[in-house]
Design a binder for this molecule. Structure first.
Ligand code: THU
Length: 127
C-alpha cells in the first residue's frame, strides 16, 4: 500500500471523536519525503474541534516544513470524504494547489487538485 495512504489510515485510529463518532485521518507529504499525520480532535464545546487536515498542516508547519507534495484524507465513508471549507483555506495557505487524495477503509481512492476543490481563493496575493 502507498505509505501515505497507510499513514492516513493509521492516523485515523487516533481520532478523538467522542461526539460525532466520525473519525478522520490525514497524512501530508513534505517535499523532503517526511510524512506529517493528523486526526480530528473534538471538544465538548464542539466549535473548538480541529479537523485531521489542519492538525497535519499545523504539525508540519510547527516543525519547520513549508513545501508539500500531497495530502491523503481517510474516512469511513462510501462517498469519499473531502476536506471542509476551513481546511481548504488552510491547505491553500500552506500547500497551494496540492494534490488531495481521498480514501476510505475499503481502499477506494480519488485524486483531486485543491484548485478544483477551492476555486477563486482569498490569499496573500490580495493583501
Ligand atoms: N472532519 C475532519 O477531520 N476532516 C474532514 O475532512 C471532515 C470533517 C471532522 C471534524 C469533526 O470532528 C468530524 O469530522 C465531523 O464533522
Amino acid at each position: 500500500m502507498d505509505p501515505l495512504i497507510d499513514a492516513a489510515l493509521r492516523a485515523r485510529e487516533h481520532a478523538h471523536a467522542p461526539f460525532s463518532k466520525f473519525k478522520v485521518g490525514a497524512a501530508l507529504l513534505g517535499e523532503d519525503g517526511q510524512i506529517y499525520t493528523g486526526c480530528n480532535v473534538e471538544n465538548a464545546t464542539y466549535g473548538l474541534t480541529v479537523c485531521a487536515e489542519r492538525v497535519a498542516v499545523f504539525k508540519a508547519v510547527s516543525e519547520g516544513a513549508r513545501k508539500f507534495r500531497r495530502i491523503v484524507v481517510a474516512a469511513d465513508t462510501n462517498v469519499l470524504t473531502p476536506p471542509c471549507g476551513a481546511c481548504r483555506q488552510i491547505l491553500w495557505e500552506f500547500c497551494g494547489d496540492i494534490e488531495v487524495i481521498l480514501t476510505n477503509l475499503q481502499g477506494k481512492t480519488e485524486s483531486l487538485r485543491l484548485k478544483d476543490l477551492f476555486p477563486r481563493p482569498f490569499d496573500a496575493s490580495f493583501l
